[in-house]
Design a protein around this ligand. Structure first.
Ligand SMILES: [Zn+2]
Length: 103
């Protein structure tokens, strides 16, 4: 039985960088965004395409080996931003002066 490529009945989101139809089975039903590395940690968007009676799932933000819902990723980024702000008050980041110079 032929697997239907994700793109056949489920258009790719704008951020998907997969060329569907070139991968086998479930891999072809994944929409994957570009991978951005923060040091050695890969970060990207991912969701499964609808398949038959199975609805699409996601999108999720993948951070390293962990998968976060959009709400969880939003909460994580807010916490990280607060920690960076608190930490910067004690020890300004390298490049912080150059970063704010353009205003
Ligand atoms: Zn796609």
């Amino acid at each position: 039985m032929m697997e239907r490529p994700a793109a056949a009945g489920d258009p790719c989101p704008a951020w998907c960088r997969i060329t569907h139809g070139t991968l086998q089975g479930e891999e072809d039903r994944l929409h994957l965004g570009v991978t951005v590395y923060v040091r050695e940690t890969p970060v990207r968007l991912c969701m499964t395409a609808a398949h038959g009676s199975t609805p699409s799932d996601g999108p999720y933000v993948i951070v390293g080996e962990r998968e976060f819902t959009l709400d969880e990723a939003d909460a994580l980024s807010a916490v990280v931003a607060r920690l960076v702000e608190a930490g910067s008050a004690v020890s300004p980041r390298a490049g912080a002066a150059a970063h704010s110079r353009g205003r």
